[in-house]
Unconditional design. Structure first.
Length: 242
């Protein structure tokens, strides 16, 4: 097991996503992980689909351009098992559209936890969207396949993480907390207590991807968690392509 690494990054850049004039706020009204068949409520999963398709879905209004998904106080746990699915129907919350999207707590006093519940990673940015996650906790994400990013995966596009705590997530490969393949901007956030069997217990940045962090802490993460000497950099790791 590699030793813990504590890093405090100095700010180098801040990415700010400003919703367009046509943006819509979609208010989540249930903590249940529903998808269809419950028109009386709007779940986090359903709100993401409504925002990314710009169409009414179940109890959620249609998105319009750069949208905001607003979460009231509570815990939002994934209960629809089925990892490896990339259409936001089961497993992790898939961001597959092209429009900018913000997922955030409804107000400063709301304590919002989004929990992978040990079934899959928590958020997977698959589309060329600009994704912002603000003022909430991401925990309980687990990846058992040969994939990166137990809590968050920025597969393409840009991801902004602001005022977020990413903790208690794990990956059987790299990036227990966050894996970056595109661009990440992290501000006023914490990566702590995440594990990876390979590299980057907290943060893993691969290839030509880039990540900047300001006023953020990466601490008490573990790489090479399976003790097979296959990884390093408990806090953060960058893989350079030749």
């Amino acid at each position: 097991m590699k030793p813990f690494l504590v890093l405090l990054f100095a700010m180098s850049a801040v990415l700010v996503v400003v919703p367009s004039a046509g943006a819509l706020t979609i208010n989540v009204t249930t903590a249940d992980d529903t998808y269809g068949g419950s028109a009386a409520g709007c779940s986090l999963r359903e709100a993401i689909t409504a925002a990314q398709t710009d169409a009414t879905f179940d109890g959620c209004p249609a998105g319009s351009g750069a949208d905001v998904v607003s979460l009231p106080n509570g815990q939002y746990a994934i209960t629809r098992a089925g990892s490896g699915e990339n259409s936001n129907v089961t497993g992790d919350f898939d961001i597959v559209g092209t429009g900018a999207l913000s997922i955030q707590s409804a107000n400063d006093s709301a304590r919002v936890v989004v929990n992978g519940n040990g079934l899959d990673r928590v958020f997977d940015q698959q589309g060329n969207s600009s994704l912002s996650i603000r003022s909430l906790q991401v925990r309980g994400g687990v990846i058992t396949q040969i994939e990166d990013g137990g809590g968050l995966r920025n597969n393409v596009g840009t991801m902004t993480v602001e005022g977020v705590t990413v903790s208690g997530n794990s990956s059987a490969f790299s990036g227990g907390g966050i894996a970056v393949y595109g661009t990440l901007s992290m501000v006023n956030s914490t990566l702590s207590g995440n594990t990876a069997d390979r590299s980057g217990g907290g943060l893993y940045v691969t290839g030509s991807a880039s990540a900047t962090a300001g006023s953020s802490t990466i601490s008490a993460n573990v790489a090479d968690a399976d003790t097979l000497a296959g990884g390093d950099a408990a806090g953060s790791a960058t893989r350079h392509q030749p």
